[in-house]
Design a protein around this ligand. Structure first.
Ligand code: HEM
Length: 450
C-alpha cells in the first residue's frame, strides 16, 4: 500500500479493499476490486474526513445528476484542499489581472477551471467554449484528423519495415490527440512532447490519495513545477493573443464579455489549460487502451477492417470496457441522500466510473467485450449531468478514425509483450506502452470506406 498512514490491507474490510485500488499492482486489473466495492456499497472510509465510495451504476449516476453534489475543488478533500479558500491544485493558480467578475465574491487567484467549479460560474465559462466542441465542430476536423492519422501510420511503416517492435502509444495514441487539441486551441504543435509530459504529471493530481489514505499523490513537487510551467506558457500566449487576436479559442475568450466585462487572465488561462489537458490525456488512454484490447482480440480487429462503419459502436463499448477516466468525485454541499444513504454536508463522494461500467444490473456479462451490446451507450465514461464531457464528440471521432485506419493499414499486427505496463495514474487509466509487431503497412491511398 502506498502513502503514509496506510495499514496492511484486510480483504474483509471494504475500506481496505478501496485502498488496494491505489496499489501499483492493481493497475492492470482493478475490476475485481471495483466489484467488491460495489457489493459492499456504500463504503465509508475511516480517515479524518468523511469519505464515501460508490461503484454501482445507479449510485454514480444519481450523484452525477444531483445539483447538491458539488465539483468546486476549493472545497474538495480529494485534492488535499482543506475547505473554502484553499485553491491549491492542478487547475488552480495563475496570475491575476483586471477583468470582469464571473463570481465576484471569490478572490480570482483561487479560481480553478470550470471543470472544478459549480454553476453559475461553471455555466458561464462552459458556454463560452461549447461552440468549439459541438458534434458539427468535431465533424469539420475529420479531414485534418484523417491526414494526421495517415501521417502517423506512414511513420510506423518505416519502423515495421526494419522488423522492429513499435510502441503504438508513442507512435499513434499519444501524438494524435495532443496535435488535434493544439490545432483546436491554435497553439504550436512543435512542442507536443513538452505538453504531454507536463499534463501527464498533472494527471496524478486527481488520484484519490487524499480521500483514501489522507496523503497527497506521489510527485507533488514535480506536479507543482509542471503546473507553473503550463500556466506561464498560457499566460504568455494570452498576452500575445490580446496584442494580436487570431481565429482561435483563446482569442474568443479574451474578447468575451459574459457579464458585460472581460474574463480575468486566470479564467482564460485555466480554461485553455483545462481544454489542453482534458482534450488529450483521456483520448490518449482511450486509443492506447483500445488498441491493447483489440490486439488481444484479432477477430474484433478483423471485423472492424471488414465493416469500418461499426467503428462508432466499437468505440462506445471500448469506452465502457476500459474507462479512460476511472474515478471522479463530488462534495456534498448540503445534506443529501444517495439511494437511501444519508450523506452529510461536507462529505466527499468518490465515484468509481470504471466500476459503474461493469455493473451487471445494467450491462449483461459486464466483464466481456461485446461490440454488439445495445446498452453500451449507458456507460458513464464521459460522466453525466452538468459536467458531461465537453469533448465527447471529438474524443469519439479521434478514436474511431485511429482504430479504423490501424485496422485497415497495419497488416497482421500482434502484441510484442504479454502484458504491457500500465501508467502509474489511478484515475487516468491506460497502458504506458503498447509494443506491436506487424508484417507491413499498406499505403495511404487505400479508401477509408466510412
Ligand atoms: C475520449 C476520451 C475522453 C473521456 C473518456 C473524457 C471523460 C470526461 C469525463 C468523465 C468528464 C467529467 C468529469 C466530471 O464529471 O468530474 C469530462 C469532462 C470534460 N472533458 Fe472530457 N473526456 C474525453 C475527451 C475529451 C476531449 C477530446 C476534450 C476536448 C477538449 C474534453 C474536454 C472536457 C472538458 C472541458 C470537461 C469539463 C466539462 C465540464 O466541467 O463542464 N474531453 N471528460
Amino acid at each position: 500500500m502506498s502513502g503514509p498512514g496506510a495499514q496492511a490491507p484486510d480483504a474483509s474490510r471494504p475500506a481496505d479493499t478501496v485502498r488496494r485500488i491505489l496499489d501499483p499492482g492493481s493497475r492492470p486489473h482493478p475490476y475485481a476490486l471495483y466489484d467488491q466495492v460495489r457489493a459492499a456499497e456504500p463504503v465509508w472510509m475511516d480517515g479524518a474526513h468523511p469519505v464515501v465510495v460508490f461503484a454501482s451504476h445507479a449510485a454514480c449516476a444519481s450523484v452525477l445528476r444531483d445539483p447538491r453534489a458539488s465539483n468546486d475543488r476549493r472545497h474538495a478533500l480529494m485534492y488535499g484542499c482543506q475547505g473554502p479558500g484553499s485553491g491549491a491544485g492542478a487547475e488552480a493558480g495563475g496570475d491575476e489581472s483586471a477583468g470582469g467578475a464571473v463570481d465576484a465574491a471569490t478572490p480570482r487567484a483561487e479560481l480553478p477551471s470550470f471543470l472544478f467549479a459549480d454553476p453559475p460560474r461553471h455555466t458561464v465559462l462552459r458556454r463560452l467554449v461549447a461552440p468549439d466542441f459541438t458534434r458539427d465542430a468535431a465533424r469539420r476536423l475529420t479531414g485534418m484528423i484523417k491526414d494526421l492519422v495517415d501521417d502517423l501510420i506512414d511513420d510506423m511503416a518505416e519502423q515495421f519495415a526494419r522488423g522492429a517492435a513499435l510502441d503504438a502509444v508513442g507512435a499513434l495514441a499519444s501524438p494524435l490527440p495532443v496535435t488535434v487539441i493544439c490545432h483546436v486551441l491554435g497553439i504550436d504543435t512543435g512542442e507536443r512532447g513538452w505538453y504531454r509530459t507536463r499534463s501527464s504529471l498533472l494527471g496524478r493530481a486527481v488520484d484519490p490519495y487524499p480521500a483514501f489514505v489522507g496523503a497527497p499523490a506521489p510527485g507533488a513537487a514535480e506536479r507543482e513545477r509542471a503546473e507553473a510551467e503550463l500556466t506561464a506558457f498560457f499566460t504568455e500566449l494570452a498576452h500575445a493573443r490580446r496584442a494580436e487576436p487570431k481565429d482561435d479559442v483563446m482569442s474568443r475568450l479574451l474578447a468575451a464579455r459574459p457579464d458585460g466585462r472581460p474574463l480575468s487572465d486566470t479564467e482564460v488561462v485555466t480554461t485553455c489549460r483545462l481544454l489542453l489537458n482534458a482534450g488529450h490525456e483521456t483520448t490518449v488512454n482511450l486509443i492506447a487502451g483500445g488498441l491493447h484490447v483489440l490486439l488481444l482480440r484479432p477477430k474484433t480487429l478483423a471485423a472492424l477492417r471488414e465493416a469500418p462503419s461499426t467503428a462508432g459502436q466499437l468505440v462506445e463499448e471500448l469506452l465502457r470496457f476500459e474507462a479512460p477516466l476511472q474515478i471522479v468525485h463530488r462534495h456534498a454541499r448540503e445534506d443529501m441522500e444517495v439511494l437511501g444513504t444519508r450523506i452529510r454536508r461536507g462529505t466527499t463522494m468518490v465515484l468509481l466510473l470504471g466500476g459503474a461500467n461493469r455493473d451487471a444490473e445494467v450491462f449483461s456479462c459486464p466483464h466481456h467485450l461485446r461490440t454488439e451490446r445495445a446498452e453500451a451507450g449507458r456507460h458513464l465514461s464521459f460522466g453525466l449531468g452538468a459536467h458531461y464531457c465537453l469533448g465527447a464528440p471529438l474524443g469519439r471521432l479521434e478514436a474511431e478514425l485511429a482504430f479504423v485506419r490501424f485496422a485497415q493499414r497495419v497488416v497482421e499486427p500482434r502484441l510484442a509483450v504479454e502484458e504491457p505496463p500500465f501508467r502509474p495514474h489511478v484515475v487516468l487509466r491506460g497502458p504506458e506502452t503498447v509494443p506491436v509487431h506487424a508484417a507491413r503497412v499498406l499505403g495511404r491511398d487505400l479508401p477509408w470506406g466510412r
